[in-house]
Design a protein around this ligand. Sequence first.
Ligand SMILES: [Fe+2]
Length: 369
Amino acid sequence: MSDSTGNFYLQDTFLLWADRQPVPMVKDFGIDLLKIEVAPWDIFGVRGAICELVGGDDYISTFLYEIPPGGKSRVLNHIYEEVTYVLSGHGSTKVELPDGSAHTFEWGPNSLFEIPLNLKYQHFNGSGSEPVRLAGNSNLRFIMNLFRNERFIWDNPIPFGERLGDTSYFSGEGELKPVKPGRHQWETNFVPDISNFELKRWDARGTGSSNLRWILADGTIGCHTSAMPVGTYKKGHRHTAGTNVYCVTGQGYSLFWYDGDKDFKRIDWHHGVLYTPPENMFHQHFNSGSIPSRYLAVQMGSTRYPLFAVKRQIWDQGVDTSIKDGGNQVEYEDQDPRIHAIFLEELSKNQVTSLMGDVIDETPYLSKA
Ligand SMILES: [Fe+2]
């Protein structure tokens, strides 16, 4: 940081810029984006806040944008990618293409989209009475630290026509690109509702598990949605830092631990909560509620453009291969017995029945109850 030593030691241009912004900066391990305070943010023409997830990486930053009833953002274009997740409210976005034509698409809660790189766009709140809250997940942090020039970022004329995709991608159409379980891709620019989009089975990650990778605007920010049926949970695993996770539907909790830890760290979540598993920390997601649960994960690098050797390795093999076989996943039969005990206790609070009996012998747990 810049301080009395001058501007020549440990500078983080993004954090210096963030410190100058007139909006709250919220730092926490888990952040409820529907509850945090916002303030006017003139450069975007909306209200907002900057979120700093403890344990996050140096590539992706999360901005909360609130558009007041009847309000709109500025007309914006920028040289960073941003995946927008609609937390609440209804509205629309107008996108201007390099040939001068325009597309407008309407979104609502749980819509997900990315404007192709550097296109001009403007968001509108479609309601006269309710505010809109959008979560912007961008690589601005990385781009700003790399180039250190705001005009290059927000006033750059270079078009990226190769990233537009089919024009139907702006109206919610897309194309399935089958790969293999856990890596199947849906290519588009806009998903109207990730809470009810058909996912594909991914049995290797857990009982009833399903998933789909979103390839938005041919970008390098990777995102995917996974689902857990009622009465189930995923297998534990670990990977590099920087996978930011939003609860989309349902309620539950996640446990976090490093090898040798005596206790688990825990985050309880519901729609609006954002958190991130720290670097190579084991973590495991549990649906303890009475409806199916989905989450959205966003990170630097995608299954199409992994960017990093470690991500190529993880998505090729490591993400759903047992640690016994050189991967990063803890199979149900290898997990700490306290994990299932906590799950059953949480289910009983919510009067939900476990569906894990086929993969875990629950007799010892039930006899202790
Ligand atoms: Fe994970």
